[in-house]
Design a binder for this molecule. Structure first.
Ligand SMILES: *[C@@H]1O[C@H](CO)[C@@H](O)[C@H](O)[C@H]1NC(C)=O
Ligand SMILES: *[C@@H]1O[C@H](CO)[C@@H](O)[C@H](O)[C@H]1NC(C)=O
Ligand SMILES: *[C@@H]1O[C@H](CO)[C@@H](O)[C@H](O)[C@H]1NC(C)=O
Ligand SMILES: *[C@@H]1O[C@H](CO)[C@@H](O)[C@H](O)[C@H]1NC(C)=O
Ligand SMILES: *[C@@H]1O[C@H](CO)[C@@H](O)[C@H](O)[C@H]1NC(C)=O
Ligand SMILES: *[C@@H]1O[C@H](CO)[C@@H](O)[C@H](O)[C@H]1NC(C)=O
Ligand SMILES: *[C@@H]1O[C@H](CO)[C@@H](O)[C@H](O)[C@H]1NC(C)=O
Ligand SMILES: *[C@@H]1O[C@H](CO)[C@@H](O)[C@H](O)[C@H]1NC(C)=O
Ligand SMILES: *[C@@H]1O[C@H](CO)[C@@H](O)[C@H](O)[C@H]1NC(C)=O
Ligand SMILES: *[C@@H]1O[C@H](CO)[C@@H](O)[C@H](O)[C@H]1NC(C)=O
Ligand SMILES: *[C@@H]1O[C@H](CO)[C@@H](O)[C@H](O)[C@H]1NC(C)=O
Ligand SMILES: *[C@@H]1O[C@H](CO)[C@@H](O)[C@H](O)[C@H]1NC(C)=O
Length: 752
């Protein structure tokens, strides 16, 4: 009896202490993006994002309705509840999160229980409903299950939905709860009248809905699942960049919300989990500001990639499946297990790993041995008993294996293709992202040679690879092979069109495109000669041998490749390439990529193909739309190339060293000034769109009557043919926070 009392006292003290410290150290962030209001809440016990959607007077009510999402990085899990007016017409119910005695507006949930080893954690707050309402559908468990409903064809799975219980709580409130398929975790959502003894929620057990009158209600969302360890801004950023915490509090708070010792997360709220490509591109762009060393953000990224590597074939994992959705997928395969799943559909992701490792060990050589001697396997059972070193070696061996044939014989067949059973394989991972192409530009002209250069450097760094005949040979072989790829893969993608053909195609685009009815601006194209462009991929749909849309993937080559050419022909090819890339930014849409909303990632206007014009629209996920990380990569890529000419350097020793290796085009005044102009035009447009930069993707619409472009969320545009639903952009995306590190170089103004 006495023991029980002390146990109770101890639990009570523990709870008070935890709640006290957590509310002291809580971080709240509110980001408004009507009709979405986003709230982030982190304390030492848990991390939550709350998204309140409430229809606006002009909302399309078939897409936007009253909705509350609570999303948690732990287990990529969450709660999604849909509301509708009890009596009034669709659109008449609005919901709002308000400040209260519970929080401003959010407060923590922290509850220990004898039945659970893991405490129940989450958030609570007060919701205001302007009229009587019904909670019609609740989804409790995985964010992937929620996305299957919101993005799929309103898919609800009986095995998930049937486990929901609705019970009376706190006298007049209601609790919706569900035990996960793991038989351990319970997600709970509670709604209780707030300071209103007169109201009483009605429960309808038949359809598991609840109904209630207008007014204020306390909501609480919690679950008992092991939490991740968030890196505070001071630990995400390196020592030299701590000033960003006060100068850019909004962005550094977001970066911290997406950063954990275990991994960095790709985006909030739809992608609160590991994505290999997103985290490595982010780490590469953020390198000047990102923390290094034991427990750092950089090691979180590399470690997460190595932990999830496929030990059999060396592939880097694209996406993980964790939490309730992992148990669900196992069950679909008749396996009773909560083990996470890992997918490997991509071909680009492998190449980022050696580039990131080479960059990291170059600046932190003392970390080679301690980091690479770590044992993997805490997450992916398959990798038990393998060190990080062994996994990095397997991945490098894969790259060496599959890049060898092209060194021997530079044929299109020996370029890197998408995996046979996949229609995607790099960042444009939507059905029409590559126009059906099988051989992507970015992988073959940039990522492969960059990875080979990096493997060469890693092989020459003591302690990275174990000594063997192979790894010793890589010290020189990898660079020799990289040079072959650098100078011989680009020509497969180069397209030269006569100026007159290009002008008539452009005019035809302006006459026929369904999403643009403005002028062709054909005078922006030269009057004579050839126009050089690069196809985005080879072997497209409809028997197109090359998918000839102008695109921003040229940024990958600018950002990743800086090697010298060995022949005059290769030097001339490089000059054509950088000049064409500059032209694509100097020429406004539809001739080039630059719109008032900044650089679009693809433009079919010069393709002369009706199929490509129909598919690469302003509503396509990878069409005439703007992606923040592509802006950052293009800006940094142009800066890196200009630096090779000695531009932007103030230190004269560095200047001389760079000049000796500078590419031939640096001395061609017309090319050099064109590249400089492109850099400045791009930065002007980045600065003009500062309000969008932290989002994932955005679009535009054009009005012929006003001659004006308007910034438009991608999700509100009707999808192009063959695509089922629009896409709700994430309010924060990891790789859209890279402007923390990518800034305009003031030494590179056009006039200089
Ligand atoms: C709610 O509280 C937050 C934090 O104190 C404050 O910034 C915000 O303005 C408040 N909102 C309203 C509507 O008063
Ligand atoms: C419900 O009742 C419990 C126990 O009295 C209390 O701790 C909790 O704060 C109440 N919840 C709400 C939302 O009123
Ligand atoms: C709320 O309504 C239920 C029946 O729907 C009733 O059983 C319960 O006593 C009511 N609670 C209060 C506090 O009035
Ligand atoms: C739901 O109700 C069933 C039947 O009463 C019960 O066995 C189960 O434990 C309940 N689940 C939760 C999450 O409360
Ligand atoms: C959960 O419990 C059910 C019923 O006992 C059982 O069939 C199932 O295999 C269990 N699931 C897991 C993941 O242990
Ligand atoms: C790992 O690679 C092997 C060989 O390609 C493949 O058979 C296996 O399915 C992959 N593992 C997973 C989890 O996809
Ligand atoms: C799982 O078992 C069911 C019933 O035995 C069977 O119909 C189904 O094909 C199995 N699924 C898989 C993926 O093996
Ligand atoms: C890892 O090593 C332990 C002990 O040496 C052994 O029992 C286990 O089977 C090994 N696991 C794998 C996946 O090889
Ligand atoms: C590389 O190729 C060799 C020889 O064909 C093979 O033994 C090895 O498994 C391959 N490694 C990877 C990771 O593909
Ligand atoms: C290179 O490949 C082409 C096409 O498959 C073939 O005709 C040629 O003989 C090959 N050359 C060498 C040196 O293997
Ligand atoms: C690996 O080889 C290098 C050069 O041959 C040598 O200096 C080094 O000591 C070797 N390391 C090991 C661990 O054998
Ligand atoms: C070393 O390289 C050769 C030739 O590429 C390959 O056949 C062999 O499998 C490699 N060895 C290892 C251990 O990967």
């Amino acid at each position: 009896m006495l023991a029980a009392f002390f146990l109770f006292l101890a639990l009570w003290l523990q709870q008070c202490w935890a709640q006290d410290t957590s509310s002291l150290r809580a971080v709240t962030q509110h980001l408004s993006d009507p009709p979405y209001e986003n709230y982030f809440y982190s304390d030492p016990n848990s991390d939550s994002q709350v998204v309140v959607t409430s229809p606006l007077p002009d909302s399309n009510l078939s897409i936007i309705g009253p909705r509350l999402v609570v999303a948690w990085p732990a287990g990529a899990s969450g709660v999604c509840t849909f509301f509708q007016p009890q009596n009034g017409p669709n659109g008449s119910l609005t919901i709002e999160l308000v400040n209260s005695t519970i929080g401003s507006p959010l407060g923590p949930v922290y509850r220990t229980s004898q039945e659970s080893d893991t405490p129940f954690v989450g958030v609570q707050g007060v919701l205001a409903f302007n009229s009587s309402a019904t909670l019609t559908v609740s989804i409790l468990g995985s964010i992937r299950t929620i996305r299957d409903f919101t993005e799929g064809p309103s898919l609800l799975r009986p095995v998930i939905q049937d486990a929901i219980n609705v019970t009376r709580s706190n006298g007049t409130g209601a609790t919706v709860s569900r035990l996960w398929l793991d038989n351990v975790t319970t997600t709970t959502f509670t709604l209780v009248p707030y300071e209103n003894p007169g109201s009483n929620i009605t429960i309808n057990q038949r359809n598991k809905s609840i109904s209630f009158g207008a007014g204020f209600y306390t909501f609480s969302a919690s679950f008992n699942y092991p939490q991740l360890t968030q890196l505070p801004p001071s630990q995400v950023l390196n020592t030299a960049s701590q000033n960003l915490i006060t100068e850019q509090p909004d962005q550094t708070t977001s970066l911290s919300f997406l950063s954990y010792t275990e991994k960095l997360l790709a985006g909030a709220w739809r992608f609160l989990t590991y994505f290999g490509r997103d985290s490595m591109i982010s780490a590469l762009l953020l390198e000047p500001v990102l923390s290094q060393g034991n427990g750092s953000a950089t090691e979180a990224v590399i470690g997460a990639v190595l932990e999830r590597l496929n030990r059999t074939d060396g592939s880097v994992c694209h996406e993980e499946t964790i939490g309730d959705y992992a148990t669900y997928l196992n069950l679909e395969n008749n396996i009773t297990s909560t083990a996470p799943g890992f997918t490997y559909p991509m071909i680009d992701t492998d190449y980022y790993l050696p580039v990131l490792m080479a960059q990291y060990f170059n600046s932190s050589p003392s970390r080679v041995t301690p980091f690479l001697s770590r044992n993997a396997g805490s997450l992916d059972n398959q990798n038990r008993n393998l060190t990080y070193q062994a996994l990095a070696l397997i991945s490098a061996q894969k790259i060496m294996n599959i890049t060898a044939a092209f060194q021997q014989n530079q044929t299109a067949a020996n370029l890197i293709h998408l995996k046979p059973d996949e229609i995607v394989g790099q960042w444009r991972d939507s059905t029409y992202g590559l126009g059906g192409g099988r051989i992507p530009f970015d992988v073959n002209t940039a990522l492969v040679p960059a990875a080979l250069r990096a493997i060469g450097q890693l092989a020459r760094t003591p302690g990275v690879f174990p000594n063997s005949t192979n790894t010793t040979s890589w010290k020189t072989l990898a660079d020799t092979r990289a040079s072959v790829w650098e100078q011989n893969s680009l020509k497969f993608f180069e397209i030269n069109t006569t100026a007159s053909t290009a002008r008539s195609r452009l005019q035809n685009f302006a006459n026929t495109a369904t999403f643009y009815n403005g002028p062709a601006n054909a005078s922006l194209l030269p009057a004579s000669g050839n126009i050089t462009t690069y196809s985005i991929a080879l072997n497209g749909y409809n028997n197109l041998s090359s998918v000839n849309v102008q695109h921003s993937d040229t940024a990958f080559r600018l950002f990743f490749i800086n090697a010298s050419t060995t022949t005059p022909a290769a030097a001339a090819q490089e000059a054509r390439f950088i000049n064409a890339t500059a032209n694509s930014l100097v020429r406004s849409f539809p001739a080039g990529l630059l719109t008032p909303q900044s650089m679009i990632v693809a433009n079919p206007a010069l393709s002369g193909s009706d199929v490509l014009i129909a598919n690469f629209t302003n509503a396509a996920y990878h069409g005439c739309v703007i992606w923040s990380f592509q802006l950052a990569m293009m800006a940094k890529g142009l800066e890196r190339q200009l630096a090779r000419c000695g531009g932007g350097e103030s230190n004269s020793t560095a200047l001389n060293a760079t000049l000796s290796a500078s590419p031939a085009w640096c001395n061609d005044e017309s090319v050099y000034s064109n590249v400089l102009l492109a850099y400045n035009k791009l930065w002007d447009s980045i600065e003009a769109n500062a309000a969008q930069l932290q989002g994932e993707v955005w679009s535009w619409t054009y009005s012929n009557s006003t001659g004006k472009y308007t910034t438009t969320p991608l999700g509100v545009l009707p999808p192009p043919p063959g695509v089922s639903a629009g896409t709700e952009s994430d309010i924060r995306q990891l790789w859209s926070l890279t402007f923390l590190a990518v800034t305009r170089n003031q030494n590179l103004t056009s006039s200089s």
